[in-house]
Ligand binder design. Sequence first.
Ligand code: SF4
Length: 103
Amino acid sequence: MSLDAGGADNAPPCPRCGSEIDLNPEKIAAIAAEMPISPSLAADEGLYKERLAVCGGCEALKQAVLCAHCGCFVLFRARPKKSYCPHPKGDLWSDTASSKFQI
Ligand code: SF4
């Protein structure tokens, strides 16, 4: 599943709560880009993209935007520098190249 997948009308409801919210990845990415966060607390663009690439290959990614392990939108979860991946086997983001340079 890819985070680049285009949004689809008539998409299935949220797999966690059943709400018929709009899970269009492009719209959610646009909202996430406006997330109020201090630049000093935000992951840089490289780290953000690396995290989302990991999510894109993860079996826990649902409907291209939701993490099955925490229920959050990965586009938001990946934005803070000090965030982490909640996978039960361990933080799948910890081995991204950029993560080693973030303090
Ligand atoms: S478990 Fe980690 S890598 Fe997988 S979708 Fe959730 S945040 Fe992304």
